[in-house]
Design a binder for this molecule. Sequence first.
Ligand SMILES: Nc1ncnc2c1ncn2[C@@H]1O[C@H](COP(=O)(O)OP(=O)(O)OP(=O)(O)O)[C@@H](O)[C@H]1O
Ligand SMILES: O=P(O)(O)OC[C@H]1O[C@H](OP(=O)(O)OP(=O)(O)O)[C@H](O)[C@@H]1O
Ligand SMILES: O=C(O)c1cccnc1
Length: 467
Amino acid sequence: MNNFTLAYTDLYQLSMAQVYFLKGKTQETAVFDYYFRRIPFKGGYAIFAGLNEFLELLENLSFSKEDIDYLKTQNFDDSFLDYLQNFKFKGSIRACREGEVIFSTAPILQVEANIIEAQLIETILLNTLNFQTLIATKASRIRLVAKEKTLLDFGLRRAQGPGGYYATKASVIGGFNGTSNVVAGKDFNISISGTMAHSYIQSYDSELEAFRDFATHRPTNCVLLVDTYDTLKSGIPNAITVAKEMEQKGQCLLAIRLDSGDLAYFAKESRKLLDDAGLDYVKIAASNQLDEYVIRSLQEQDAPIDIYGVGTNLVIGKPDGALDGVYKLAFSSGKPRIKISESLTKTTIPHRKQVYRNYDKNGFFAGSDVIAMIEEKEIEMMNHPYEPYKTLNIEKFKKEALLQVVMQNGEKLNDSPSLEQIASFSKERLLLLPFEYKRFDNPHIYKIGISDALKKERDLLIDSHKN
Ligand SMILES: Nc1ncnc2c1ncn2[C@@H]1O[C@H](COP(=O)(O)OP(=O)(O)OP(=O)(O)O)[C@@H](O)[C@H]1O
Ligand SMILES: O=P(O)(O)OC[C@H]1O[C@H](OP(=O)(O)OP(=O)(O)O)[C@H](O)[C@@H]1O
Ligand SMILES: O=C(O)c1cccnc1
């Protein structure tokens, strides 16, 4: 699916890059931070996703001859277009591991490159990381309430165009088990599964015949959709008949699927009918506008649902639809850089930085990360980034540096982890986050602070610009 070129960008990146180029800034180093300001879904954490695709894209990113021909029609300077023709990203990147549990304000990733390269990759970076992080976070919330139940992504048909491809991948990072999306299954080695549509049953004069043909010609992992006409009076009795016929052939019906009505009620009644027929191994799948709240409710109602198929609400990241991740200049030409805003929360944090996660004595996340200057070693205090008098003593906590070098001279330093490895890392990390931060309603606020040294630098820079 990755046939992007560097033209996958916003025009202003190219306009700025041309100015840098014509001003001879091809050797000028810049550092940019990637972070977001607000945790999506009013939640207490997010899950970082998309890093692997981003690094792979970046290694191969260039302008095609057709891109350059097109740019020739857009009033760019010929010498700049010659430079773009040979463009290759040669910078370095430090980042959290993909799957990491992340919070607002602290950099998740830092790019260091010549200013033209660093600027030109902004759009594709944000486009890749914001979306996958949003969807992995949504998936993680759904996993939290679904406990050990099987979660399948059914969203491709309602995704924002091709976004569905990466939504499927991100949903696995957040804890989904499989997908109906065939191409994502193939490319990312995700287990694919599926049932049948109402149209298939409607196309027959008899629901029973429809089930029977399906079971005969597609017996492996066969799931029968039982709600086309009357779930309890027709769908389930017909499914039982076909399950019994399958038994005669040494086959097993995997599941029935409910797709409308009161899913808890129908699941309970269906379970009874199946069990009474000696089909306790036949699972119950449910779908229909599910999200973390409906699934939480179904779980609380003890609905005997084994498999949840989740589509729209997952892949479009409803209700947020976007992560507000931003890419901000922190350092260039040997100087720290800042963007000042009326609102302190929009004032950027300058310098090359490291982010440390604090651990409590039991090895769980202690509820705070501190952003420090990259060269700082001992950090004893952290300051609220925007409220001057709020400080926290963090001396006693064990600390872990979250940003590690993942790309140098434009080359990835490590082999790409498999999706399974990323998902299992994410699961392990989420286990270290106390429940209060995972709560949907008014979750505990995870503290992000800045070190004394960084605060001093930032405030000096604000003062120097104000004067
Ligand atoms: N027992 C339940 N507890 C909580 N939410 C449920 C329960 N059963 C179903 N839901 C959810 O309630 C919503 C019902 O939506 P809607 O009224 O559109 O469904 P429906 O009328 O049964 O289905 P359709 O319109 O597809 O025939 C869905 O999001 C569904 O997942
Ligand atoms: O509700 P979502 O979470 O988005 O899950 C996917 C939905 O897509 C399908 O319906 P659709 O009406 O498209 O096709 P169908 O005829 O197979 O039901 C499926 O039956 C689910 O209801
Ligand atoms: O396999 C299914 O049941 C399925 C796939 C996509 C969307 N809705 C349902």
